[in-house]
Design a protein around this ligand. Structure first.
Ligand SMILES: [Zn+2]
Length: 228
């Protein structure tokens, strides 16, 4: 899979349906770079880094997690640099790690076919917590490239972090616009809150977890219709 350039500073390592791998976003500052989401497993993270090397881009100094779900986070033990997550995301990761230690990986592999494909051949399931934890909002500057990382209420999980890159007019949403796993039911009050958050930021483009980039108009329309 090749890296795709979305704007001057933002690149995407594209999603894959078969193994339920999400988009991994990459923001290039003048001084350092930031990745959004770690990957479904170590091999996903490594493939992302190979694509960065091929494009002549430095590996990320920091990886921010959009939410705790395995397909976005279980590559964390293989990331270059540090990981940042909100407090709830980190709590979910620690709980899941405890359960894996107690019960072994069978319950996790039983959750979905895409997980069994990602971990085919008995690959180990390794969960690590974040290096840094925040609450509310964090403002970063990767070098002439401000980045706003903030918690937002959303229908997909109770631990959504969104990433806004104002200089590029891009908002990274992770899976926040979707319903809940595994039946995708949508809480309409939370969908309306997220739609309002997107409307206020008014980016040019939104990056979704498992789809091609969309305009905020489409995102808002889908949220208000209950179609994440
Ligand atoms: Zn998710």
């Amino acid at each position: 899979m090749k890296l795709e350039r979305l704007t001057e500073r933002i690149f995407i390592y594209p999603y894959e349906e078969e193994r339920d791998r999400p988009n991994l976003s990459y923001i290039k500052g003048d001084r350092w770079s930031l990745a959004v989401d770690a990957g479904h497993s170590e091999s996903h993270t490594r493939e992302f880094y190979e694509a960065l090397c091929e494009a002549g881009l430095p590996l990320p100094a920091l990886t921010v997690l959009t939410h705790w779900h395995w397909d976005h986070t279980f590559g964390m033990h293989a990331v270059h640099g540090l990981c940042l997550a909100n407090e709830k995301t980190n709590r979910h990761l620690l709980d899941f790690r405890d359960r894996l230690e107690k019960e072994g990986p069978e319950f996790f592999l039983a959750m979905h076919e895409s997980i069994r494909r990602e971990y085919a051949g008995g690959k180990p399931v390794i969960v690590t917590p974040a290096d840094m934890v925040f609450r509310g909002e964090v403002l970063l500057d990767a070098g002439n490239c401000p980045i706003r990382v903030f918690e937002a209420e959303a229908p997909h999980t109770d631990d959504s972090t969104l990433i806004e890159v104002p200089g590029e007019q891009v908002l990274i949403l992770g899976d926040s616009t979707g319903g809940t796993f595994p039946d995708w039911t949508m809480d309409m009050a939370l969908a309306a809150k997220l739609a309002e958050t997107v409307r206020k930021i008014n980016p040019k483009l939104c990056i979704d977890g498992h789809w091609t980039p969309l305009t905020p108009e489409v995102i808002i329309e889908d949220l208000l219709a209950g179609e994440g």
